[in-house]
Design a protein around this ligand. Structure first.
Ligand code: GLY
Length: 435
């Protein structure tokens, strides 16, 4: 893979070794960024994929196995990509272990800001974070009256982690009833979920770091969750992303800080939650201003694949300062221009799809193009498809248009059977912020 922003001559070799937990494009981007400071030999990805050097098989929820691996390889620090190990208490596990290995992230209580939608909405309500009104339910049939009252114009969210599949944005009573029926099929009649008002507007991902002094933000980005152009078709894990977002100005930033970021930080402190690491605000900007849709307690995917190339500041320095509650002293610096990520997926995704197709053209991209692997594996010396989301093609440009054009031209060089990708990443027609 080309690594345009790695200055090999200036890598500060430190005795530190890092383990990244996870296996997707987000983890490839994390490993790439850490490798700029620690070198690839000192950055281990568990389990990683075919594109990430120094990948090792691992069950990401087996904390004893992760600890044993870290001890064997003298790894001192752990950065967690996906939500499940955080929800399952990986940070508490390493706090309680005698190993002195540092795992950055929220403790199990704070991780509920992502792993329980009801916990999260109650937190927002209690601490005055701008969000839409909601009602919590414990039985699917209890929601019928609200569905009729709102004429099906609402959002239904399963309470627990559902891999992006537990949220239903409904436009009619029929759609809302279908969503409730799916909840019943997947989780049973007695399952926790919530219903909230639907907000129409422009969605934006605001991702930053938190320690016990402050929350410090990276550049604003936008994900493209639906499969097809024009934001149509089923929801996916993310079909592309870009940053920064042109409509994010000082006024909007101050408003988001005042109504969402600061009350969240104050709430975390007031609740005495242990939370150091990444914090993600999924925000909808509608007619009533910015409203928080959800928290994630980890980096977004595919947002990470554009945010880390845009970040000039050392990620290891951020890791270190977060741990010692010194984040407030570390200025975040960013690379110039715009960054665009196009996700290439297997035909059929997000439903069933075949795997094992040879990926051609990986060596033909320009030196400054980043290719972050997601669902890939090595089979008989050939990299083949091994997942729904297969590759992320990331390019930088002086303007958003230039970055988009470059990313699509580079994307065309890489092929595999039944490959699919959206043709309109970065070209969304905003609702509130018309050009
Ligand atoms: N990009 C949305 C997520 O990572 O959940």
């Amino acid at each position: 893979m080309a690594t345009p922003y790695i200055d090999e001559e200036n890598i500060k070799l430190t005795p530190e070794k890092m383990a990244i937990i996870g296996s997707g494009g987000r983890e490839h981007a994390l490993a790439w960024k850490f490798a700029q400071e620690l070198h690839w030999d000192n950055v281990y990805t568990l389990p990683g994929n075919a594109g990430i050097p120094n990948s090792h098989p691992m069950d990401i929820n087996d904390f004893e196995a992760i600890e044993a691996f870290c001890k064997e390889h003298e790894i001192s620090s752990i950065f967690v990509g996906p939500e499940a190990p955080l929800a399952n208490g990986i940070v508490n596990y390493f706090q309680e272990s005698k190993s002195k290995i540092k795992a950055l992230g929220p403790g199990k209580v704070a991780a509920q800001l992502e792993s329980s939608k009801i916990f999260s909405k109650k937190f927002m309500e209690k601490h005055g974070v701008a969000t839409s009104p909601f009602q919590a339910f414990e039985r699917v049939s209890d929601a019928q009256a609200l569905v009729i009252e709102k004429e099906g114009n609402l959002v239904i969210k399963y309470d627990g982690l559902a891999g992006g599949k537990g949220v239903y944005v409904c436009d009619s009573i029929t759609e809302a009833n279908e969503a409730l029926e799916e909840l019943r099929t997947n989780y049973g009649e007695d399952c926790p979920f919530l219903i909230e008002d639907k907000i129409v507007g422009d969605e934006i991902s605001i991702i930053g770091f938190v320690d016990n002094q402050c929350i410090k933000l990276l550049l604003p980005s936008q994900d493209h969750k639906q499969l097809n152009d024009g934001d149509t078709g089923p929801n996916t894990g993310g079909m592309g992303a870009f940053c920064p977002v042109p409509f994010w100005d000082e006024e909007l930033r101050d408003l988001v800080q005042k109504t969402i970021v600061q009350p969240t930080f104050d709430g975390i402190q007031a609740e005495n939650m242990y939370y150091k690491g990444v914090i993600y605000f999924g925000i909808m900007i509608g007619a009533d201003g910015p409203q928080l849709l959800e928290y994630n307690v980890r980096f977004g995917d595919p947002e990470t694949e554009v945010l880390l190339p845009s970040l000039k500041t050392s990620l290891f320095e951020i890791f270190r300062t977060c741990f010692s509650n010194m984040l407030t002293n570390l200025p975040f610096e960013f690379n110039e221009g715009y960054f665009v990520d196009i996700v290439q997926v297997s035909g059929g995704y997000p439903k069933a799809y075949p795997k094992g197709y040879a990926i051609e053209g990986l060596d033909t991209v320009q030196e400054d193009t980043l290719v972050f692997h997601a669902g890939t594996k090595l089979e008989n010396d050939q990299i083949v498809t091994n997942g729904g989301r297969v590759l992320n093609i990331v390019c930088q440009g002086n303007t958003l248009e230039e970055a988009i054009e470059k990313a699509y031209s580079e994307c065309a060089k890489i092929t595999f059977k039944d490959q699919y990708y959206r043709k309109d990443i970065g070209q969304r027609k905003n609702i509130m912020f018309k050009a």
